[in-house]
Design a binder for this molecule. Structure first.
Ligand code: PRP
Length: 212
């Protein structure tokens, strides 16, 4: 008996875009378009099951095999280094990981830099590569407030349009790394469900080319 392909989608606008790409790849699941609060949808005919999860949790489902494949931001892969295969850069959900601070902040390098972030590992690796000593202040959201209130000197966070920084009078000092959405696969699933996974990866790669 053929098994269902389990797909973890990041809840939100990016996830909807991604589902549309999967549907065009031949894995549609019409019930997902009904606007309700259900989190799991399946199409037995296409042998596919989708579930909406918090974007930062997609890699956990895939690493542990609860999902065979999923779509996740490169930021999450860099931060948590899950043991998965990264199959494809989807070229959507583009943004960058950056260091930002108040416009009048100048790092004289004389004392430990206080860095507020959700991405402690990315920040640690970045500053280690610069040989800069830092003190990480781990926050879970609204990171932009930290330098304004004097909780930190800088922040390491995602910048997409730059609006959040602008509206809080912060400026980008350095870009650490560009970010985009990636198709990932569980390592065992990639072996045992290679046929549908490759079909999806190939179609998404083609769609990416067409969109350009
Ligand atoms: C991210 C990030 C910034 C914002 C940047 O937050 O933390 O706050 O987006 O986007 P912009 O440059 O277009 O203003 P997100 O909305 O992902 O949610 P979060 O509050 O959970 O971090």
């Amino acid at each position: 008996m053929k098994e269902m392909l389990n797909v973890a989608l990041p809840k939100g606008r990016l996830g909807e875009k991604v589902y549309a790409m999967f549907a065009r790849a031949g894995f549609e699941c019409p019930s997902i378009e009904e606007n309700n609060r259900k989190l799991i949808f399946e199409n037995e005919e296409k042998m596919v099951r989708y579930f909406w999860v918090k974007p930062s949790d997609v890699a956990i489902y895939v690493e542990r095999g609860a999902a065979d494949i999923g779509v996740v931001g490169k930021d999450i892969l860099l931060e948590y280094q899950p043991d998965i295969y990264e199959l494809l850069d989807l070229d959507i959900g583009k943004c960058r990981m950056a260091v930002a601070a108040k416009a009048d902040f100048h790092d004289d390098g004389m004392r430990t830099l206080r860095v507020a972030t959700k991405f402690a590992n990315i920040a640690k690796n970045y500053y280690a590569s610069q040989g800069r000593e830092i003190d990480i202040i781990h926050l879970n959201g609204s990171i932009e407030i930290a330098p304004i209130l004097g909780l930190s000197d800088v922040i390491v966070d995602i910048v997409e349009t730059g609006t959040t920084l602008r509206e809080n009078n912060l400026v980008v000092n350095e870009t650490i790394v560009p970010i985009s959405a990636r198709l990932i696969a569980n390592k065992a699933s990639f072996k045992f469900k290679s046929e549908p996974i490759e079909r999806i990866a190939n179609s998404l790669a083609e769609q990416k080319g067409e969109a350009k």
